[in-house]
Design a protein around this ligand. Structure first.
Ligand code: PMP
Length: 365
């Protein structure tokens, strides 16, 4: 291949990126894929038809740039948040991007960066430190308890002590599954002077109240980040969003690329949002399946971390990576998230979960 002899090490790469690993959930072609916390149910036929119709309409105007401010889509997202949380969110409170990863990146571009710090309570979402590195924000890893729950008092103390520019609170937490109660988020917000990003990628799966309820109390520091990749069954559409004070949305205008959300993305996301009731009906099914998977794994003797999301962290494996490979050999792709002796499985359809549970029997402690 042209240029194939050039090695990464030969490039004039930023020193701080040398030796780092990219995000790398394996994309393997196996029958049962339970490794990236997607909704296993494809979009309903009506939704797919509406996306097709919307795309056909948009195609006639593709010579023009999209609405840079994505007003119609943000209005729809605000209406969805208002209905689902009871907190009155308006267009000016919402910002949208290509997946919540881009939202998080824009937040770190605006509020992190060289000479600034961001803190997260690990293990948590692996992209938080990667996006911090990409934006040259110093990453401060803080621990969770041994059972992976968040020690709120310790968290608030470290935030008060280090005063990071950005705090990440993931609720429900990926890859461990537990939500952070509202009072605990409040305690962290009270300790923080920087921006507190509550990453609610899995909020729809949780019965806990959204941190949106705290927006009025902490308008200058709280940001709630959401995505359509999980409960909304729209991972391929790439649509993430946030709710915050309008000034925070203004701040992100300084770093976002112009026209970052294509007309096709905006139209497809609006079509998907119009079918939210249908798509989100799968959430209850998945929660039931999650509980079934948890019970079955516990029954086999695995230790299972309580989950409020559409995935489950479980162990205890002597060699988690070898166990992961055995699942793959049985046609089941789950995730080795790098936590010793543990693996994470996404809740799938009943058939997929059965295949996973059958493979688990062979590996039970
Ligand atoms: N936050 C968390 C906690 C996640 O688990 C994920 C996806 N794995 C994201 C954000 C990003 O998702 P997306 O970019 O698809 O919105």
């Amino acid at each position: 291949m042209i240029g194939g002899e050039v090695r990464l090490d030969d490039l004039p790469l930023r020193e701080d990126l040398r030796g780092r690993s990219p995000y790398g959930a394996p994309q393997l072609d196996v029958p049962v894929r339970l490794n990236t916390n997607e909704n296993p149910y494809p979009p309903p036929r009506e939704l797919a038809d509406d996306v097709t119709t919307a795309a056909a309409e948009i195609a006639k105007g593709l010579h023009r740039y999209p609405d840079r401010d994505a007003v119609a889509l943000r209005t729809d997202l605000a209406a969805y948040l208002t209905t689902s949380t009871g907190v009155r969110v308006e267009l000016g409170n919402v910002w949208a991007a290509n997946g919540s990863n881009e939202i998080l990146q824009q937040l770190l571009q605006a509020f992190g960066g060289p000479g600034r710090t961001a803190i997260g309570f690990e293990p948590s979402y692996s992209m938080h430190p990667i996006i911090a590195a990409g934006t040259r924000t110093e990453w401060l890893p803080a621990p969770r308890r041994d059972d992976f729950s968040l020690d709120t008092r310790a968290a608030a103390e470290i935030v008060a002590d280090r005063q990071p520019d950005v705090v990440f609170v993931t609720s429900p937490n990926n890859p461990t599954g537990q939500s952070v109660p509202l009072d605990d988020v409040r305690e962290i917000l009270r300790a923080a002077q920087g921006i507190v990003v509550v990453d609610e990628a899995y909020a729809e799966f949780s019965s806990r109240q959204s941190a949106l309820c705290l927006l009025e109390e902490f308008p200058s520091t709280l940001v709630v980040s959401r995505t359509m990749s999980k409960a909304f069954a729209f991972a391929g559409g790439r649509l993430g969003y946030l709710a915050a004070a309008p000034a925070i949305v203004d701040a992100l205008q300084l770093v976002r690329l112009p026209y970052h959300l294509s007309s096709l993305t905006q139209a497809a996301a609006r079509a998907a949002l119009a079918h939210a009731d249908q798509t989100l009906a799968s959430v209850a099914t998945l929660a039931k399946e999650r509980d079934r998977v948890v019970d079955a794994l516990s029954g086999m003797g695995f230790r299972v971390v309580p989950s409020d999301a559409n995935f489950v962290l479980f162990g205890h494996f002597t060699d988690a990576h070898a166990a992961w490979q055995s699942y793959v050999d049985n046609g089941v792709l789950i995730r080795d998230v790098g936590i010793a002796h543990h693996l994470r499985v996404t809740v799938g359809t009943p058939e997929e979960n059965d295949a996973f549970l059958a493979a688990s029997k062979e590996l039970a402690p």
